[in-house]
Ligand binder design. Structure first.
Ligand code: SER
Length: 371
């Protein structure tokens, strides 16, 4: 199936591009490709690129978006061209390369952890097959352009799989290299993506005589749960945090699907986007690994509810744990060790739990629902 439907007009003509002639024989626009651009993180990233472009001007590459669904206008106006299509569709990706010289890929498209458990084989196809397609494109572009293509991969706390709650409580803050036996298909897919990225960066076509050293500059962050003031996620297992907050702000009742003592780390969406840009801007020589943990604050669902009630005292929130979803949370660390991200590329959270509510979440959420 071919899903290539350009859904807006490129702002700059191909002829006006500063990009050079390539092996494909045509002049192509230098571009950054964002997959899954219609998702929560996609919007934040597109906004960050728009801000950076305002400073850099025409030197900033074109921003090309792909999403399975047509992008809403709020996202579309932030990119030069938007394609509606599937990351598993190799033909679509090939056709995109006819017009654009991709220098960086931000591969955000994925099925999240809860949804993936209902359709594990489809999740594997999208989450691993899609990632493999994009990595292959990156390697091909690197060979064409004669330089590595930057590749950002959002991995996840779901990559971890602590055997049980007792082990989780005993483990404390978990570093990048421990407990990598995930209990979910999504977690397995994220580990696969991390390993494939490392392979494309350091070992791709190991036995080929014409192989290129380091075609893909692959960098990944294992994100904790993410809370946005602007959107509510869908299909994830950490969704109880944002769902609880947004329901309270809307004056709706909410039944939290994990126990009050369920604890994992979180961060806000602006911090997640800042982390992506921070990692991608770091000099390669400063990076000691390809996959980094980050987090801002860790809390139990009960502690989160207390914070919600400080701002929305009438929040009608109860706990109705879903044992299966709870078991996924019990297999994720209560806290992730992010010392290497701090040391290598200067990661530092902006907020703790209270300041995230005071300075980011509550003002924006109130403006959103009370306007
Ligand atoms: N937020 C994601 C999920 O719950 C974890 O990366 O699936």
């Amino acid at each position: 199936m071919d899903f290539l439907f350009p859904s807006n007009t490129p702002r700059r003509s191909l002829e006006a591009s500063a990009a050079g002639t390539t092996l494909r024989g045509a002049r192509r626009n230098a571009a950054i490709l964002v997959t899954g651009a219609g998702g929560e993180m996609g919007h934040g990233l597109l906004e960050a690129f728009a801000r950076e472009r305002a400073t850099a001007g025409e030197a900033f590459p074109a921003v090309i978006a792909i999403d399975l669904r047509e992008l809403p206008e709020s996202h579309r106006r932030l990119c030069d061209e938007a394609f509606t299509g599937d990351v598993c569709d190799e033909k679509m990706l090939e056709r995109l390369l006819a017009s654009y010289e991709i220098g960086a890929i931000y591969h955000l498209a994925a099925l999240l952890s809860t949804r993936s458990e209902f359709v594990p084989e489809i999740a594997h196809g999208v989450n691993v097959g899609g990632t493999l397609n994009l990595l292959r494109i990156a390697a091909e572009e690197a060979a064409n352009n004669g330089r590595p293509v930057q590749f950002f991969f959002p991995s996840s706390i779901a990559a971890y799989g602590l055997p049980d709650l007792e082990a989780k409580n005993a483990a404390g803050s978990v570093g990048e290299d421990r407990f990598l036996q995930p209990h979910t298909m999504y977690g397995c897919n994220k580990i696969a993506g991390e390993n494939l990225g490392n392979y494309y960066a350091h070992h791709y076509r190991k036995l080929a005589s014409d192989r290129m050293e380091f075609p893909v500059d692959f960098r990944a962050i294992r994100f904790p749960g993410i809370i946005s003031a602007d959107t509510v996620p869908s299909g994830g297992t950490s969704d109880y945090g944002p769902e609880m907050l947004h329901a309270a702000a809307r004056g709706e009742s909410y039944a939290c699907f994990v126990r009050p003592d369920a604890r994992i780390p979180f961060m806000t969406m602006p911090e997640a986007v800042a982390a992506i840009r921070g990692l991608m801007a770091a000099p390669r020589s400063d990076l000691s690994r390809v996959v980094y943990n980050v987090q801002s604050f860790a809390f139990s669902a009960e502690e989160f509810l207390q914070e919600v009630r400080k701002h929305f005292p009438d929040a009608d929130t109860g706990f109705e744990p879903d044992l299966a979803r709870q078991s996924i949370i019990d297999s994720w660390p209560a806290s992730c060790e992010d010392a290497t991200a701090r040391a290598d590329w200067g990661w530092s959270p902006t907020y703790d739990l209270a300041s995230a509510f005071d300075d980011y979440l509550v003002p924006r959420i109130r403006a959103r629902y009370e306007s």
